[in-house]
Design a protein around this ligand. Structure first.
Ligand SMILES: NC(=O)c1ccc[n+]([C@@H]2O[C@H](COP(=O)([O-])OP(=O)(O)OC[C@H]3O[C@@H](n4cnc5c(N)ncnc54)[C@H](OP(=O)(O)O)[C@@H]3O)[C@@H](O)[C@H]2O)c1
Length: 254
C-alpha cells in the first residue's frame, strides 16, 4: 500500500510542488487549501487516489476537522505549508490581516503539528515538515514584523520538538524549512515584489524533501541564504535589523 502524505497550502507555490514531488516519490497525497478548483486540477494530474480536502486553516474548527477527516488515513508525512505575509509598517497594517496571519502561520501549524505528532509518536514513525522561512531565523523583520514573528515561532517550536524527540530516541522526525525568496503567488497575496533574486518552488520543494528525508532539522534551500544567516549570527542585532528593514521596504517599490 502506498504511503500517505498530507500537504496544506497545496493549491499553489511551494505546497503544490511538494505535493507533486511526494507523488513522484510514490506517496498517495491528500491535498488541502481553500481554492477547490485549483486542488481538483492538481488531483487530476496526480492521479485517482489523490484526496482533496477544502479547508481554511485560519479557523481552529477547520483545523480540527482536517485532522478528524484524515486521522485514519495512516498518514506518515505532514507538510504544514499554508501561509501568507503582508508588507507595511506595524502601525499601519490592518489588525485583521495580522490576526489572520497568526491564525494561519502559527495557530494552524501548532494545532496540526500537535494533533498528528501524538499519532506519529504512538506509531513511532512519521515526518512533519513545517514551512517556516529565512524570516524565522532573523532577529525580527521591520516592515514585515508579524510575518517574521510568526515564522520565528515556527522555527522555535519545531526546534524544541525535534530535541524532545531526539532525546527519547524517537524515530519521528520534525523539520523547519527556511527558504529566502521563492517565486510563487506569495508576493501577489502580500501585494509586494522581491528586491532580491528568487528560487523556483520546484527547487525549494526538492531541497525541502531531500533535507527532511535526510533528517535535517533546519533546511535552508539556497546557499546564499545559508551564508547570509551564518554572517548575521555574528553581526550586531541593530545592524541586522537595519539591513532587514531596508530589504523589506524595497518590496513596496513596485
Ligand atoms: N514565496 C516565498 O518567498 C516564501 C519564502 C519563505 C517561506 N514561504 C512560505 O511558504 C509557504 C507557502 O507559500 P508560497 O510562497 O508557496 O505562496 P503561495 O503561492 O501564495 O501559496 C500559499 C498557499 O497557502 C494556502 N493558504 C493561505 N491561506 C490559507 C488558509 N487560511 N487556509 C488554507 N490554505 C491557505 C494557499 O491556498 P488557498 O489560497 O487556495 O487557500 C496556497 O496554497 C508559506 O507558509 C510562506 O510563508 C514563502
Amino acid at each position: 500500500m502506498a504511503k500517505t502524505a498530507l500537504v496544506t497550502g497545496a493549491s499553489s507555490g511551494i505546497g503544490r510542488e511538494i505535493a507533486r514531488d511526494l507523488s513522484a516519490r510514490g506517496f498517495r497525497v491528500i491535498i488541502s487549501a481553500r481554492r477547490e478548483e485549483r486542488l481538483r486540477e492538481l488531483a487530476k494530474e496526480l492521479g485517482d487516489n489523490t484526496r482533496v480536502i477544502v479547508c481554511d486553516v485560519s479557523d481552529r474548527e477547520e483545523c480540527l476537522r482536517l485532522y478528524e477527516e484524515t486521522k485514519n488515513e495512516k498518514i506518515s508525512v505532514l507538510v504544514n505549508c499554508a501561509g501568507f505575509g503582508a508588507v507595511g509598517s506595524f502601525d499601519e497594517l490592518p489588525l485583521d490581516t495580522e490576526l489572520k496571519m497568526i491564525d494561519t502561520n502559527v495557530t494552524a501549524v501548532h494545532m496540526l503539528t500537535k494533533l498528528f505528532l501524538k499519532d506519529f509518536v504512538a506509531a513511532d514513525r512519521g515526518y512533519i515538515m513545517n514551512i517556516a522561512s529565512s524570516a524565522g531565523l532573523m532577529y525580527g523583520g521591520p516592515m514585515m514584523a508579524t510575518y517574521y514573528a510568526s515564522k520565528t515561532y515556527v522555527v522555535s517550536l519545531t526546534s524544541a520538538i525535534y530535541e524532545e524527540l531526539r532525546a527519547r530516541n524517537s524515530r519521528v522526525h520534525v523539520c523547519a524549512v527556511c527558504p529566502g525568496p521563492v517565486d510563487t503567488e506569495f508576493n501577489d497575496v502580500a501585494n509586494c515584489k522581491f528586491g532580491v533574486s528568487s528560487i523556483t518552488p520546484q527547487f525549494c520543494a526538492k531541497k525541502a524533501l531531500v533535507g527532511m528525508f535526510g533528517r535535517k532539522l533546519i533546511i535552508i534551500p539556497e546557499k546564499s541564504i545559508k551564508a547570509l544567516y551564518a554572517g548575521a549570527k555574528f553581526a550586531p542585532r541593530g545592524m541586522v535589523l537595519k539591513v532587514t528593514g531596508k530589504v523589506q521596504k524595497k518590496k513596496l517599490d513596485k
